[in-house]
Design a protein around this ligand. Structure first.
Ligand code: F6P
Length: 340
């Protein structure tokens, strides 16, 4: 069989480990592999190349993706799905592994409906896919946040400042919550739970009253509250606003300083969270899921995705993981409040 592999959406550390897993398993069993360039864009344009064994050696530790990525959405293109199907046929691709988050996987689900043999692999630093306990890139991103918080603690303490740290998280606050918990944040603001500015201010005064003269606030870029900018309306092909341009961290830090007079600084971690070498957890699970994705295709099982569930690999329908976003539960939010 010839297996095609693509990576779509925002890049995440561990994508190359997954590509390597998919390709090395196929090659081990005597099959051929094609790399589709730049996500669904390459599938639409017929930008598809043979992946030789040497192409997938020495890439386990590399961030980014050797295949490139894009936020192109074939469902928004005239005859998009038909064109993708035609190109796969033209390049002899009989089974496809789509490595991505909810956007990329929604297209994979549509391709399955249209008759393609396609399986998914879960990826997104946002960690917001349903069902799966793991998405490629999340563990590394949390590590970046924790390292930043450790560094910011010492300078915040030296200057008795409030430090606002803006992290990624469009609709959910997984990176903020797990990064904040592991990095000892004093306040974690996430899209799932609304907080008023007065509450933030009261919290900061309380800490000062208890002789804790610095504070670290982690804020997910997707939070909404009164007084924050709504941002530009520029959207991508999947309809997502570019949240980084809203400047939530900056706006929050200015609000805090004007309400309290406490010296406040902001750090926006941005794409640092998506770059660089993947953590061991991301490498291991990307490898396991990539290999399993190939095995599923070779068994002619399409429309499914291998995910980490209760410590092992489970196979579920792609449509299940994209049905709803997995939100941070209240018990974790309450856990964080113990340490405010
Ligand atoms: O989808 C993952 C994500 O990292 C979000 O957390 C973030 O809002 C978005 O991508 C940023 O996308 P881009 O790199 O296209 O600006």
């Amino acid at each position: 069989m010839r297996i095609g592999v693509l990576t779509g959406g925002g890049d995440a550390p561990g994508l190359n480990a997954a590509i390597r897993g998919v390709a090395r398993r196929a090659l081990q069993l005597g099959h051929r592999v094609s790399g589709i360039q730049n996500g669904w864009a390459g599938a639409l344009q017929g930008d598809i190349d043979e992946l030789a064994p040497e192409d997938v050696r020495g890439i386990l530790h590399l961030g980014g993706t050797i295949l490139g990525t894009s936020r192109t959405n074939p469902l928004k293109e005239p005859d998009g799905v038909k064109r993708v199907m035609a190109n796969l046929k033209r390049f002899g691709v009989e089974g496809l592994v789509a490595i991505g988050g909810d956007d990329t996987l929604s297209v994979a689900a549509a391709m399955h409906e249209a008759g393609a043999l396609v399986v998914g692999v879960p990826k997104t630093i946002d960690n917001d896919l349903s069902v799966t306990d793991f998405c490629i890139g999340f563990d590394t991103a949390v590590g970046v946040v924790v390292e930043a918080l450790d560094r910011l603690h010492t300078t915040a303490s030296a200057h008795h400042r409030v430090m606002v740290v803006e992290v990624m998280g469009r609709d959910t606050g997984w990176v903020a919550m797990m990064g904040g918990l592991a990095g000892g944040a004093d306040l974690i603001l996430i899209p799932e739970f609304e907080v008023k500015v007065e509450e933030i201010v009261a919290h900061l005064y309380k800490r000062r009253g208890e002789d804790r003269d610095f504070s670290i606030i982690v804020v997910a870029e997707g939070v909404q509250f009164e007084g924050l900018p709504t941002g530009e309306s520029k959207t991508d092909a999947f309809g997502h606003v570019q949240l980084a341009q809203r400047g939530v961290g900056d706006a929050l830090s200015r609000m805090i300083e004007s309400e309290t007079g406490f010296e406040t600084r902001v750090t926006v971690l941005g794409h640092l969270q998506r770059g660089g070498s993947p953590s061991p957890v991301d490498r291991i699970w990307a490898t396991r899921l990539g290999v399993r994705a190939t095995d599923l295709l070779l068994d002619k099982k399409g429309g499914v995705i291998p995910v980490r569930k209760n410590g092992g690999v489970s196979i579920v329908r792609i449509s299940e993981v994209v049905k709803a976003q997995r939100k941070v539960p209240r018990d974790l939010y309450q856990l964080a409040q113990v340490f405010g």
